[in-house]
Design a protein. Sequence first.
Length: 142
Amino acid sequence: MSFHIKISDMHLDILKEVGNIGAGHAATALSTLLNKKVDMKVPNVRVVSFDEMMEMAGGAESVIASVFLRIEGDAPGSMFFVLPLEQAEKFIRSLIGDQSFSFSNPVVSDLALSALQEMGNILSGSYLSSLSDFTKLNLLPS
């Protein structure tokens, strides 16, 4: 099935600016959470199919860490917080204070998974809150 949508350059620029503001708020939340400086790149905005999104995340064979949230309210949808596995391990080590943490260990602790989920929730919530403030839309993570 093909995926086609037409969106103007102006609308893409608006989405990029809104995304930049949201990402800035999320970066601030992450900096606070980790108690470290966080550098952020300007987000890239494109409209892609789900299959294209999966390829952007490394393809079907890549193992990634992801937190999935549904968005409710005025603009319902879905949101993925996606990280390469190695980066997720670094975040989890910092959050739980266990430098030996690895997804390659046979048993991943509930604490580690909870830390990753909470980080995803905080960043996504911060991003959505910023978008909601900017657009005046009611956007709620669930």
